[in-house]
Design a protein around this ligand. Structure first.
Ligand code: ZN
Length: 170
């Protein structure tokens, strides 16, 4: 397993925590711990977050076999993104006959629908549209908080949005 880059910061707080930004692990370790305890926290958090990153990457690599075409594959993709970056609650995701939008989501039933036009689309585009809809489960409007959430799983989302627009015109 490849170990990603780790950035450690010490802060005077009770608990240690960690997150992944742009494929880099950022840890905030409690400065109240003994050196041995600090090391232990760093080791454990790094192992847990590396696993998440490698799991998401492993999924991307497996897509070299072929694009996402079925609802089952779409669900697996959404679950991969969600588990690696968000842990939002969603009930289902499926392809739907949708001409005017790329994706929609229902906050009430927590279901996501992805346009049939994206069946078999390049993974990068589907990855972005699925991420976009997942983030709407936590933030309804396209505000700063929303785009911050999107950037967790799609650091290059601005480029991908352009690619998506071009894909729609094809
Ligand atoms: Zn939106």
């Amino acid at each position: 397993m490849k170990i990603p880059r780790v950035v450690v910061e010490y802060r005077d707080k009770k608990n240690s925590s960690g997150k992944v930004v742009d494929g880099i692990i950022h840890l905030v370790i409690s400065s109240r711990l003994t050196p041995e305890e600090r090391e232990e926290h760093i080791r454990k958090l790094t192992a847990r977050l590396s696993e998440k990153i490698n799991w998401a990457r492993g999924y991307q690599f497996s897509q070299e076999e072929g694009p996402v075409k079925t609802d089952q594959e779409l669900f697996r993709l959404a679950e991969t993104i969600n588990k690696a970056y968000y842990n939002f609650e969603f009930t289902n995701i499926s392809f739907h006959l949708q001409r005017s939008t790329w994706g929609t989501c229902s906050l009430k039933s927590r279901q996501i629908y992805i346009s049939h036009r994206l069946i078999g689309a390049p993974l990068e585009l589907l990855w972005y549209v699925v991420t976009h809809e997942l983030c709407h489960l936590a933030e309804a409007s396209h505000n700063k908080r929303f785009w911050n959430l999107v950037s967790k799983a799609c650091p290059n989302y601005e480029q991908t949005r352009k690619a998506l627009a071009a894909y729609g015109l094809r």
